[in-house]
Write a protein that binds this ligand. Sequence first.
Ligand code: ATR
Length: 469
Amino acid sequence: MIVASIKAATTAEAAAKLKRAKELGVQIAEVRVDFIRDLDLETLLRDKPLPVIIANRPKWEGGAYEGDESTRIMILEEAGKLGAEYIDLEFKAYKDLQDCPAKKIVSYHDFNGTPANIEWIAAKIDALNPAVAKIACVAMSTADLLALVSAGRRIHTLKTIVGMGEFGEPLRVLYGKLGYFITYAALDEPTAPGQPSFEELRELYRADSVDDSWTALAVVGNPVAHSKGPRLWNPILSLGVYARIPVDDVAHLRALMEAFDLRGASVTVPHKEAVIPLLDEVDPVARKIGAVNTIVRDGGRLYGYNTDWLGALAAIKELLARPLFGVKALVFGAGGTARAAVHALVNAGADVFVWNRTFEKAEALTQALGGTPVREPLRDAGLIINTTSVGMNSDESIVPQECLHSGAVCFDVVYSPRETRFLRDARERGSKVITGDRMFINQAIEQWRYFFREDPPKEAFNSAWTKIF
Ligand code: ATR
């Protein structure tokens, strides 16, 4: 269940938000009464339209309640007596409220990070045998995220382990995969760092339906907050969910994939190269390119592939009217994406030239993959590709104006913005252009083949794409 967390300054506002929550299809709401200035529990709970959790979070646990402790607990007790289905009791101030009929959530919060003894804390909460055990810590790193998953394993009652902040998001989205009872979402204003909206969790991730039988996939990289992967994949997957997992240290990748039972991962910057030594098997083409953007987990083994080169090739073929054989292609950049593009072009028989800010890298790339490094960009290329990040969210182009002409097809791998400065210049010169989103979409389509060992639903991908780009 997704708990919609409600923050309101007055009782009337909280009551109105409960009503709205009900209309939105929320099954259970948490009311943070510590934010309510004129708290009237009787009014709030008398005609409540849905089950509620009442939390009265004190300052010392990251909340807003500043009064004395016995009154704080009395408020919770009273809420239980007035019909709140659950009350939230802080582990640090646990009281065995025998006379209170509400079910007890025993919770532990840490807004500064995930403490080293989190498993011990989990075991202590478990020993109290509450109706629901809750741990919510800010995950500052991938290691914290994994520590929270381990802490969850120490609890045998109904539970929720919340990772606050960007590194904790996988726990919020994939809580059902881990068998947790509830997850928290914001009805409107978030009540914790990184808390997603109820709509995002329900509509995009279908988090309330995910269980351990669902297939989980994720984009892994750092950062991944901007990734369009979830918006592309989730509408297409049936009984599958695609999450974002920020990974600050690639060494954790295997443990992460195990912890969340991921069938596969899309690898993004900066791990495409570093991930290679950690895999059990690497496809020869990915090894040659020197980058893996697709990992499949099967029988405890990790397999690496590269679909960027296929994505680049498909994007070019969508627009280029003639075969690539013999086409003079000029590639800007010599990083991982350039290597994928050059492999695709050389493989298709194009005459490839590589220009890079650091000439030696262009030399090394062409020695490994074919093509010719150039110190001056050619002016008569039939295909021009930018593989660098120049132009991403900035009005710059790496391609000199002199290289542009009406006979050229121009392709930018950057997709944010969709029309980069390079492509705008190219269009103005009468060139045909290929936008980076076409490569993004096509590399994802090819990932499907590896994740599911079946033909990808291209139309579904393209229809999801029209809603994103
Ligand atoms: P990716 O995996 O996305 O290809 P990468 O391996 O870090 O990323 O490679 C980035 C490429 O973009 C490199 O070719 C880099 O040039 P250098 O080899 O000289 O570093 C190029 N690049 C990035 N920013 C650039 C800039 N501002 N101007 C020119 N080239 C740039």
